[in-house]
Design a protein around this ligand. Structure first.
Ligand code: NAD
Ligand code: SSN
Length: 495
C-alpha cells in the first residue's frame, strides 16, 4: 500500500527529538541540533538535539548511578521488561518500519523484516535472562570450595551504524539489559530517529531511569572519546567500519576497557560446479541486495567455478536487471537509495576502477539521475582477481564476478582478505561444505543459503572483522564478568 505524505508527517511529529538522559528528555546543553536527511531527496526530515561532550558526561553519570540498583534487580524483572519491549516494538512495527525507510532509505518490506529481526533480540534475551548461572565445586584436593558466578560488566557505551538502525541497537541493548548492565547509546549520526523512538518504547515498557541513555550527536568523537577514557565506563561495544573500530580499540586500551567490535566485511560467495544454479541465484540476490548491499554481511565477491560462470552470470544479471529502484515507501521498490552522496560516490568509484581494470558491466554501472542517492543495481563480469573492488567493502548494489578452477583456489581466494566476517557457498557435496566450514577464515558461514543473520545464532567475525559475538547463547557473555569465590573446606571444624 502506498504511504501518504500525511502518514509520514504524522509519524515524524511523534518521534522524540531530544536526548534521553536519566529518564528525562532534554535538549542539548548548548542548544545545538542535528539534521536528519531523507536519502531519497537529500532534504531534511527532522532536526533533533545534538549532544555535547557535557551531555555525554551526564549520560555516563546517569548510567553509573543506576548501575548498582539495576544489577540487583531480579532476572525475571529484567526479562519482563524485555518481553514488554518486544511486544511494544512488534505492536508498533509499522511505525518503526516507516521511520527506518524514511531515515535510511531501505524498502518498506525490508524495514518490516528488520523490525521483526530487531525485536527478536528483545524476546531472545528476555528468555536468556533467567538462565544466567554459575557453578559450585569441590577443589580437586578437597581443601576448598569454588563458587563461580556471573556479574554484570557495568556501564556500557554503545556506538551503532546507520544501516540497521533498530537491529544493531537491540542486538547490544537486549543482552545488556538481560545481564543487568546500564548503558549510553550513541546512534549513527545519519539515522538517530529509530533509536530515539525505541528508547521511548522501552521507557514505556518500564525500563528504569538511567539504564538506557541515548545521545545522538554531530560530534561523535568529541562526545564518545572522553567517555571511553572515563573509569566509570566498563565496556565499549561498537558496530561500524573497521577503520573507526581500530581507532576505538586503541582509545580503549588506556583503561583496558572490555570491547566488542562488529566491523566491516568482504564476504566471498562461492559457487561450485555441482551447485544448483537456480538456488545459487536466489541466494546471491539475498546476499547481495538485502539492504541494497549496505550490509556488513553483503556478498562482496562472487567466486564462481569457471565451468558454470557464464550460466550463473547470465541468470543472476537477468534478475538483478529487473529489480525496481524506487523510494522505499513505493510498494514496488526492491532497492532504495543509498544512504548519502558519500556512499554513492564511493560505490561508483569502485565500479569505475573495476571497469578500468578490465571488468564488464553486464547491467547497471551508473548512478541514477535525479534527486536522492540512487545507484543502479550492477553486475560486473571478467573482474580480474587483483581488482580493487574485490578487496574493499562495496556497501552498495554491485556484484563483481570472478572465477576459480578448483576448490583449493576457491579457498585461497576467499581467504585472501584482511576481513573474516562471513562467507557463503553453494555446492551439493556435503563433505565439501564441511571442508569449507573448517577452512574458510570467517566467523559465520552460509551453506546453500544467502543469509546467516539470526538472533539465536552468534553473529561476529574474525581477523579485522571484529571481536566478540552478538546474539545466540554467546551474546549475553559479552555483558557478564566471571567472578570466582574461594571458600575454605566447610568440614575443617567438624569433629
Ligand atoms: N559486523 C557487523 O555486525 C556490522 C554491522 C553493521 C555495519 N557494520 C559495518 O559498519 C560500516 C557501515 O556503517 P557506518 O558507515 O555507520 O560506520 P562508521 O564506522 O562510519 O560509523 C559507525 C558509528 O561510529 C560513529 N563514529 C564514526 N567515527 C567515530 C569516531 N571517531 N569516534 C566515535 N564514533 C565514531 C558513527 O557516528 C556511527 O555511530 C560498514 O563497514 C559495515 O560493514 C558492521
Ligand atoms: O550490516 C551488518 C549486520 C547485518 C545483520 O545483522 O544481518
Amino acid at each position: 500500500m502506498k504511504i501518504s505524505v500525511e502518514r509520514e508527517r504524522e509519524l515524524l511529529a511523534v518521534v522524540p527529538t531530544d536526548l534521553l538522559i536519566n529518564g528525562e528528555w532534554r535538549s542539548a546543553s548548548d542548544g545545538g541540533s542535528l539534521d536528519v536527511n531523507d536519502p531519497s531527496t537529500g532534504e531534511v526530515l527532522l532536526s533533533i538535539a545534538s549532544a555535547t561532550p557535557e551531555d555525554g558526561q551526564d549520560a555516563l553519570a546517569a548510567a553509573d548511578a543506576a548501575q548498582r540498583g539495576w544489577s540487583r534487580t531480579a532476572p525475571r524483572e529484567r526479562a519482563e521488561i524485555l518481553r514488554r519491549g518486544f511486544e511494544a516494538v512488534t505492536a508498533r512495527a509499522a511505525d518503526f518500519a516507516l521511520l527506518m525507510t524514511l531515515e535510511m532509505g531501505k524498502p518498506l518490506a525490508e524495514a518490516r523484516g528488520e523490525v521483526a529481526y530487531g525485536a527478536e533480540f528483545l524476546r531472545w534475551f528476555s528468555e536468556e535472562t533467567a538462565r544466567i548461572s554459575g557453578r559450585y565445586a569441590q577443589s580437586p584436593d578437597g581443601s576448598s570450595r569454588l563458587i563461580v558466578m556471573k556479574r554484570p560488566v557495568g556501564p556500557c557505551l554503545f556506538i551503532t551504524p546507520w544501516n540497521f538502525p533498530l537491529a544493531m541497537a537491540t542486538r547490544k541493548i537486549a543482552p545488556a539489559i538481560a545481564a543487568g548492565c546500564t548503558m549510553v547509546l550513541k546512534p549513527a549520526t545519519l539515522t538517530p530517529l529509530t533509536a530515539l523512538l525505541f528508547a521511548q518504547v522501552m521507557q514505556e515498557a518500564g525500563l528504569p531511569a538511567g539504564v538506557l541513555n541515548v545521545i545522538p550527536t554531530r560530534k561523535a568523537a568529541a562526545v564518545t572519546g572522553p567517555l571511553i577514557k572515563d573509569s566509570r565506563l566498563r565496556k565499549l561495544s561498537f558496530t561500524g567500519s573497521t577503520e573507526v573500530g581500530r581507532r576505538l580499540i586503541a582509545d580503549a586500551a588506556d583503561q583496558v576497557l572490555r570491547v566488542s567490535m562488529e566491523l566491516g566485511g568482504n564476504a566471498p560467495f562461492l559457487i561450485f560446479e555441482d551447485a544448483d544454479i537456480d538456488r545459487a541465484v536466489e541466494g546471491a540476490l539475498v546476499a547481495k541486495l538485502r539492504n541494497g548491499g549496505e550490509a556488513c554481511t553483503a556478498a562482496n565477491r562472487f567466486l564462481v567455478h569457471e565451468s558454470v560462470a557464464e550460466q550463473f552470470s547470465e541468470k543472476f544479471a537477468q534478475r538483478v536487471g529487473t529489480m525496481t529502484v524506487a523510494r522505499g515507501t513505493e510498494p514496488e521498490s526492491k532497492v532504495g537509495p543509498l544512504v548519502d552522496e558519500h556512499t554513492r560516490s564511493k560505490v561508483h568509484e569502485l565500479v569505475e576502477s573495476a571497469l578500468a581494470e578490465g571488468a564488464t558491466a553486464v547491467v547497471g554501472g551508473h548512478a541514477i539521475d535525479g534527486p536522492g542517492y540512487y545507484y543502479a543495481p550492477t553486475v560486473l563480469t571478467n573482474v580480474p582477481a587483483n581488482a580493487r573492488i574485490l578487496s574493499e567493502e562495496i556497501f552498495g548494489p554491485v556484484a563483481p564476478i570472478t572465477t576459480f578452477v578448483d576448490e583449493a583456489e576457491a579457498i585461497r581466494l576467499a581467504n585472501a582478505t584482511e576481513y573474516g566476517l562471513v562467507a557463503y557457498a553453494f555446492t551439493r557435496d556435503l563433505n565439501r561444505g564441511l571442508r569449507l566450514a573448517e577452512e574458510l577464515e570467517v566467523g559465520m558461514f552460509g551453506l546453500n543459503t544467502g543469509m546467516v543473520s539470526n538472533p539465536a545464532a552468534p553473529f561476529g567475525g574474525v581477523k579485522q572483522s571484529g571481536l566478540g559475538r552478538e546474539g545466540g547463547f554467546e551474546g549475553i557473555d559479552e555483558y557478564l564478568e566471571t567472578r570466582y569465590v574461594g571458600i575454605a573446606d566447610p568440614f575443617t571444624d567438624v569433629v
